[in-house]
Design a protein around this ligand. Structure first.
Ligand SMILES: Nc1nc2c(ncn2[C@@H]2O[C@H](COP(=O)(O)OP(=O)(O)OP(=O)(O)O)[C@@H](O)[C@H]2O)c(=O)[nH]1
Ligand SMILES: [Mg+2]
Length: 307
């Protein structure tokens, strides 16, 4: 019988939540970077295998908000946990016996809600010794009765099979009331509209290329996305993107000397878009300043970042 399990992916910033989602799906639906707070909204990813469908929700990393955008992000996390069958709690395998305050709070929420939780200890490729991992597992196991504990690496794919098995085991758990039937058509991948996916691929490059506060203060909006045909008869997507930043000085840095930075970001983003959409892309980018937009509700809403 066809069944659907709803699973929220939760954890601190930068631990690899989005990387794990992409790996499970075999497609990139959530952007990834080495900067914390890469994910800003809830991102749904759907995986259907034979009679089983998983509806995953990737969430922003848990942190103490410093602006209105951060508040919306944390609201998105709380919303993401609501009504799910289980949570995939991601932490780093490194770090030994130390818990972050946000992780403590999350474990308390799990306890209050009697959540079924799979603990994923990601980035095992960075471990220097197994003792560190054992210490960490013991620490978490003392704090919560996890349905399963899986050390893995989203980078190398190490132990991904074990995670898949635990996610499949959710369907056999008698304590869970997994819904019957598929919630989405079998070929569904994500709830993200194509314009948002395109905008995110450009923001990903900005996160990768820029430093400090600048990438955190950028938002990308795709204004126009149109399918056309080249003179050679090939399909081409014409995409116009606006990059918003918080200060005039940031605009200069994003554009770079003789436009070099913007050129690099847009070239790399275009290549990613071509891979994702499977056709040629013509990408045009502009940079605009919106002072302090991360504290302006109207702007946050217009970028679709409100929760
Ligand atoms: N070495 C190593 N790096 C990893 C692994 N998984 C993810 N990363 C890297 O860790 C960084 C953060 O990954 P993300 O997937 O963006 O993390 P996230 O938890 O979604 O982060 P936020 O969206 O900011 O909350 C990126 O640079 C990834 O390439 C892993 O298993 N090993
Ligand atoms: Mg993320």
């Amino acid at each position: 019988m066809q069944k659907t399990a709803f699973v929220a992916i939760l954890g601190c910033p930068n631990v690899g939540k989005s990387s794990i989602l992409n790996l499970l799906l075999g497609e990139k639906v959530a952007i990834v970077s080495d900067k914390p707070q890469t994910t800003r909204t809830r991102i749904m990813g759907v995986l259907t295998e034979a009679e089983r469908q998983w509806v995953f929700t990737d969430t922003p990393g848990l942190h103490r908000p410093r602006n209105k955008l951060g508040e919306h992000m944390m609201h998105a996390v709380r919303g993401g946990m609501e009504g799910v069958d289980a949570c995939l709690f991601v932490t780093e395998a490194t770090g030994g016996a130390t818990l972050r305050p946000e992780e403590e709070l999350l474990l308390r929420d799990f306890a209050r809600q009697k959540q079924t939780v799979i603990l994923a200890l990601n980035k095992v490729d960075l471990l220097e010794n197994k003792v560190e991992l054992a210490q960490r597992i013991a620490l978490f196991a003392r704090k919560y009765d996890f349905a399963a504990v899986v050390p893995l690496s989203a980078k190398t794919g190490d132990n991904l099979d074990a995670l898949r098995e635990e996610l499949a085991a959710l369907f056999e758990d008698p304590a869970l009331h997994i819904s019957e039937g598929f919630f989405f058509p079998e070929d569904t991948l994500t709830d993200q509209p194509e314009r948002v996916l395109a905008a995110e691929l450009l923001r990903e490059q900005l996160l990768r290329l820029l430093d400090k506060e600048i990438p955190h203060g950028t938002a990308v909006a795709v204004d126009r996305m149109q399918e056309n045909t080249t003179v050679a008869g090939e399909a081409i997507l014409d995409i116009e993107a606006l990059i918003y930043c918080e200060r005039e000085s940031h605009k200069g840095i994003i554009i770079g000397k003789n436009g070099a930075m913007l050129k690099q970001a847009s070239t790399q983003a275009r290549q990613e878009m071509e891979a994702f959409f499977g056709c040629k892309v013509n990408l045009q980018c502009w940079v605009k300043v919106k002072e302090g937009w991360r504290n302006r509700e109207g702007m946050i809403r217009s970028f679709g970042l409100n929760d």
